[in-house]
Ligand binder design. Structure first.
Ligand code: ADP
Ligand code: MG
Length: 233
């Protein structure tokens, strides 16, 4: 499906929140590197997709009604065998039915377990005066507790992308602080620019979060994505 088809489908179903799989497909189409992620509508399918992708894998609840997947027990990491995948599928369904009895569940998303990297986030939200604004920061607890983030107004030029990455307080972590992996920062700059171009060309998107992106010495990959659409006009 093209980006416009994904957006149209969600709208036709009365949804403004895209699923993780839809959001990743949209971003992939914009040239942004995401973990290959597939939908499994049964336990058996989750196992067969895991075998195709190769272990270890990650299972996540696939439901447009569940925004914070891990809070609800909807994310199982590092599954190394078919038996573990089968059990994780059951555990996720049980947890979600308890936390969100009303949720419409599509199944689970199945993806490769990505190698650990430095976690960063890229987000977009719309400001009443400035329009789309991009945010960059270190991911995980660092963004939640320290709010170590930077902002630029869309569309960004190369220099904006470079500056917004360099100006966060945690920047030394990207340079390989005390044994952490030295990150390919120019690749991150390109990623930020691609997101800027994409949101600039796609006014249907109201909010976007790539959280987290795993940054490495030789590239970066988004392992989670959230996209909220504007209300249909
Ligand atoms: P949530 O909806 O809770 O934000 P995420 O998809 O971000 O769910 O998953 C929670 C955490 O699990 C992530 O912050 C990341 O650390 C880890 N994670 C998610 N997907 C993967 C993956 N494919 N490979 C490795 N770690 C992952
Ligand atoms: Mg996330």
């Amino acid at each position: 499906m093209t980006g416009q088809q994904i957006i149209k489908k969600a709208r036709s179903e009365g949804r403004s929140l895209l699923t993780e799989i839809e959001a990743k497909e949209l971003l992939k189409g914009a040239g942004i590197n995401v973990v290959d992620t597939r939908l499994a509508t049964s336990k058996e399918k989750a196992v067969s997709i895991s075998k195709e992708l190769g272990f270890p894998v990650v299972l996540k609840i696939a439901s447009a009604d569940v925004v914070h997947k891990s809070d609800a027990g909807g994310v199982k990491l590092g599954l190394g065998t078919a038996a573990q995948v089968g059990k994780a599928y059951g555990d996720i369904m049980k947890a979600i039915k308890k936390e969100y009895p009303q949720a419409k569940i599509e199944g689970v998303s199945v993806q490769k377990m990505a190698r650990a990297g430095v976690e960063v986030i890229v987000g977009m939200s719309k400001d009443a005066q400035f329009g789309p604004v991009l945010m960059f920061g270190l991911g995980g607890v660092l963004v939640e507790i320290l709010k170590d983030v930077s902002f630029r107004i869309v569309p960004l030029v190369k220099r904006d992308a470079r500056e917004m990455i360099h100006e966060i307080k945690g920047y030394p972590l990207l340079e390989g602080y005390r044994g952490s992996e030295k990150v390919d920062v120019s690749n991150l700059e390109e990623l930020v620019l691609k997101v800027s171009d994409f949101v600039d060309k796609t006014p249907d998107i109201k909010e976007l979060d790539l959280n987290p992106i795993f940054a490495y010495s030789d590239g970066a990959v988004a392992v989670d994505a959230r996209v909220v659409l504007e209300d249909a006009s």
